[in-house]
Every structure is written in C-alpha cells, then in structure tokens.
Design a protein around this ligand. Structure first.
Ligand code: C2E
Ligand code: MG
Ligand code: MG
Ligand code: MG
Length: 284
C-alpha cells in the first residue's frame, strides 16, 4: 500500500511530527539563549479612560525575534516556557527589563499612569513569588505603586486561599491588580468580591464581536454592572473600531485598550504618544 501510493498517510504523519518536534527543540534552545542575553523587547500599549479622555496606564507586552525561527508570538512561547520551566527566568528577565526602561525613560513616572506587567500563572503559583518580585523591584530601585500586575481569571481563581494572601501582600507593597481575560475562566463571585482587586479586563473575544453578536453586548453590559457593584473599574481589551468605543461608552465601560487608540509601541515612542494625545485632548 505504501509503495503503491508513493508514501503512506502514516509516514506523512511522522514527517509532520518530526518537523514539529524539531521546532520545539530549536525553540527551547533559542528561548534559553534569549533569556540569558535578554534579547527580547517590550512594547507598551496605552489604556484610555473613555470617561475622562486620559491615558491612565500602559501594558507591557513582550516581543521576540529568534535568529533561527524569526518572530515567535508570545501566545506560542509563553505557554511553551510554562511547560518546561523557562517561564521563571523569563518572567524575571521581563520584569527587570520593564523596571529598567521605567527608570531610563521615566516611563509613566506618575502614579496615575501605572505600567502593567502580565504575570504567568506558573510564576504566581511559586511560594516565593511575592518575595522574588519584591527583591527585583528593590534591586532595580522601582516603586511598586507605579506598577500594576495582570493576572488571568484562571490564575486568580486557582488555589483561592493562597491567592488571597498573595494579593494582600502585593497590595501592601503598592501594586495594583487586574483580572486579565475576564469571562474566559470560571470566577467565583464570592472570591471576586473578597480579593483586593482594582480592574476587570473583559476578554478580547467578547469585544471583537460586540457589534455583531447581541449576546456579547449583553455579557459586556452584565460584566460592567458586576464590576461596578464590586467597586472595580472595567477595561475592554482588543478594541479596534470607533463604533465599539461608542457602544462601550453607552454600556458604562471605564477604560479602553486596543488598536483604535494605539498599537503596542517601543518605550522610546511612548512619551511622544502621550504628548500628542494631550495636545489633541485640549482640542477636543
Ligand atoms: P493579553 O495580556 O490578554 O494581551 C492582549 C493581547 O491583545 C496582546 O497580544 C496585544 O498585543 C493584543 N491586542 C491589543 N490590542 C489589540 C486589538 O485592538 N486587536 C487585537 N486583535 N489584538 C490586540 P500579544 O502581545 O500577542 O500577547 C498575547 C498574550 O501573551 C497576552 O495576552 C499575554 O497572555 C501573553 N503575554 C504577552 N506579553 C507577556 C509578558 O511580558 N509576560 C507574560 N507572562 N505574558 C505575556
Ligand atoms: Mg494582559
Ligand atoms: Mg487579556
Ligand atoms: Mg490573553
């Protein structure tokens, strides 16, 4: 059979598997090298309060171009790093990089424009998470009150007792806390109300279809009500169109983040972006 058809389905399957396995081997060694040499960059995306028309925060997002693999998306290499233990050194390198840029460029040196850092669940689950974070911030001479931590709903809801303690410690240090990708996990409402949180970020998937799928508009509406009743502010992520901003405004959403206001950009460009924003704001 294999000979008649040239090559069997099975050998194609194994070829694919070989290629995939090879990629993972290269990915691991390339990632290891990138962490050691800190050869990745951080981009920053503005968050806009649509009630005050002010930029109220910046989210730090990693970008990595490997010599051998080209640009690899964080949606691929972050979960990969979480599986093979590289996420801890990678996370620490990311935090150091962001702190360094914060000092060097006086990024958001104002407490009213915190820089948010995405925290991996594996990193957060470490017993030493809070103390290691504290150590990096001290070493880098950075004040946590200028920063925010983005934890996904799944991360926050796993192991509630430990989460509660860690969040309290983080709040005491001065960090603000966002629940990222809200709506994709399973939140316990009682935990949501007891944890010391600041923001709920509604997952992109609800926002992308908010104009076309009525049920997603209702979900966003409900999340806004829920968040406000818990005294949290709501951030909509992945907003690309002005019509989406307008609808979010009528639903009472507080903060918008997305291409509609600005793509993630290099640290060097942020000051200029903020300057232009403020000039235009005066004119509006
Ligand atoms: P996330 O934290 O939920 O980040 C939001 C993602 O949406 C980012 O993708 C961002 O570039 C993208 N985005 C922003 N505005 C728009 C928009 O208007 N339209 C669309 N279609 N997308 C938009 P990115 O940078 O590829 O990151 C993907 C995920 O990878 C992040 O999701 C986060 O979970 C993770 N990640 C990124 N950077 C880091 C990091 O420094 N540390 C950790 N632990 N995870 C990170
Ligand atoms: Mg995020
Ligand atoms: Mg998100
Ligand atoms: Mg995400």
């Amino acid at each position: 059979f294999a000979k008649q058809n040239g090559r069997s389905q099975y050998s194609f399957f194994f070829d694919d598997l070989k290629t995939a396995t090879k990629r993972l081997v290269v990915l691991e060694s390339e990632l290891r090298k990138a962490i050691e040499t800190k050869s990745f960059t951080m981009l920053y995306q503005p968050k806009v309060n649509i009630k005050t028309d002010r930029i109220i925060g910046l989210e730090a997002l990693i970008r990595w171009e490997s010599d051998k693999l080209g640009i690899v998306s964080p949606s691929e290499f972050i979960p990969f790093a979480e599986e093979n233990g590289l996420i801890i050194p990678l996370s620490e390198a990311i935090i150091e990089k962001v702190c360094g840029e914060f000092i060097r460029l006086e990024l958001g040196k104002r407490a009213d424009m915190p820089i948010s850092i995405n925290v991996s669940s594996i990193h957060f689950q470490q017993h030493s998470f809070v103390s290691s974070l504290k150590a990096i911030f001290e070493k880098m001479n950075c004040q946590p009150s200028f920063f925010e931590l983005e934890l996904t709903e799944g991360t926050i809801m796993a192991n509630a007792a430990e989460t509660s303690m860690k969040l309290k410690e983080l709040k005491q240090l001065g960090f603000r806390i966002s629940v990222d990708d809200f709506g994709t996990g399973y939140s316990s409402l009682s935990y949501l109300s007891r944890f010391p949180l600041d923001y709920l970020k509604i997952d992109k998937s609800f926002i992308t279809t908010i104009l076309s799928a009525k049920e997603n508009e209702y979900i966003v509406d409900a999340v806004v009500q829920l968040a406000h009743s818990l005294h949290l502010e709501v951030i909509a992520e992945g907003v690309e169109a002005v019509e989406q901003v307008e609808l979010l405004q009528t639903l009472g959403c507080d903060i918008v983040q997305g291409y509609v206001f600005g793509k993630p950009m290099p640290a060097e460009d942020i000051s200029h972006y903020i300057e232009i924003w403020n000039i235009k704001r005066q004119e509006r």
